[in-house]
Ligand binder design. Structure first.
Ligand code: ATP
Length: 306
């Protein structure tokens, strides 16, 4: 027996390690984009989070020589507050979140959390302090409960259910044949983009990180789903330092500060009302998006009447 026990146990270990590796880089972009040269300094201490203030100080960055993507970006997300980043496609919004996870090192300036430069602390402690609700969540071929519990493997059944309730996914789960024991993923139940995102929110609620990055979905959601997701996101970001990478603008209205990135620089900053009143780039982006949404709604109405 023992001869079988050891290798099987080992296989289980490998399986868990692979699963762990996949989720540790929750946003799948990380798989492709981790730069091998980003390593811990010998003896790098762990990050110590007191409040969770994030600061970007004159940050410059290029993926490739000769093409600077970020050209001196400075902002602060005070502990517990929300800052949203908006801007045209390709402006460098997601790049900011990759730098915060230290998938790359900045080429100029610095990024700190509670005063500690990201290059001086262990990457493991940095990533443990940040929760990510990605655009497209990867689910394991396992039960819904497993997928939620991944945020904190030691969580009790009651805690998993409470996280699902707060993420507004419990109603959906209870309506499935086996509830929380329903298998999802490739061979199980297929979840929509909005449902997967709510599973990711439940997972993050369990992980309870002090800092949160929300990478908002690019795809349009129907307004009911959008409202449910917005409610769930509001809960998960409550009291946490939150950076919202906004590809749509609907989630940024209530942010404490909105930064408009354009051509690698902060073109405008302020709250929603200030930026609208300014009539600049943000107002133009907002109006264009409203027009597109109105057109889509009119089309849906016309199709329904046919
Ligand atoms: P979107 O709203 O379309 O997602 P974004 O503002 O998030 O765009 P980023 O993904 O940050 O934009 O990309 C900023 C720029 O960096 C783009 O011009 C992109 O082509 C470039 N870029 C992104 N990733 C890489 C990479 N791995 N190597 C080289 N260039 C890259």
């Amino acid at each position: 027996m023992i001869q079988f026990y050891i290798p099987l146990n080992f296989l289980g270990f490998i399986y868990r390690e692979i699963k762990q590796a996949i989720v540790d880089i929750e946003a799948m972009f990380a798989v492709l984009q981790v730069a091998p040269e980003v390593t811990d300094r010998p003896g790098a201490p762990d990050l110590v989070v007191s409040g969770g203030t994030v600061r970007f100080e004159d940050v410059r960055f290029s993926y490739d020589e000769g093409r600077e993507i970020l050209k001196g970006i400075s902002f602060e997300v005070p502990a517990g507050r929300t800052v949203a980043i908006v801007g045209p496609s390709g402006a460098g919004k997601s790049t900011l979140s990759r730098l915060l996870f230290r998938f790359y090192d900045v080429s100029g300036g610095r990024i700190t959390i509670d005063g500690q430069d990201l290059r001086d602390i262990s990457q493991e402690s940095l990533r443990a302090a940040i929760g990510m609700v990605p655009q497209d969540t990867v689910l394991f071929n396992d039960t819904i409960a497993y997928n939620i519990r991944y945020g904190r493997p030691a969580a009790s059944e009651a805690e998993v259910e409470e996280a699902a309730r707060l993420a507004r996914i419990d109603g959906f789960i209870r309506a499935t044949p086996k509830g929380f024991k329903t298998e999802v993923g490739e061979r199980g139940l297929k979840l929509s983009g909005g449902e997967k995102q709510r599973v990711a929110i439940a997972r993050t609620l369990l992980k309870a990180p002090p800092i949160l990055v929300l990478d908002e979905a690019t795809s349009a959601l129907d307004s009911h789903t959008e409202k449910e997701i917005q409610d769930a996101l509001d809960r998960v970001s409550e009291g946490r330092t939150t950076l919202v990478i906004a590809h749509r603008l609907s989630t940024v209205v209530s942010a404490d500060e909105i930064l408009v990135l354009a051509d690698g620089k902060v073109a405008e900053r302020g709250c929603h009302a200030e930026l609208l009143a300014k009539g600049g780039l943000y107002a133009a982006l907002w109006n264009r998006q409203r027009e597109a949404e109105d057109a889509a709604a009119a089309l849906a109405r016309a199709q329904a009447e046919e």
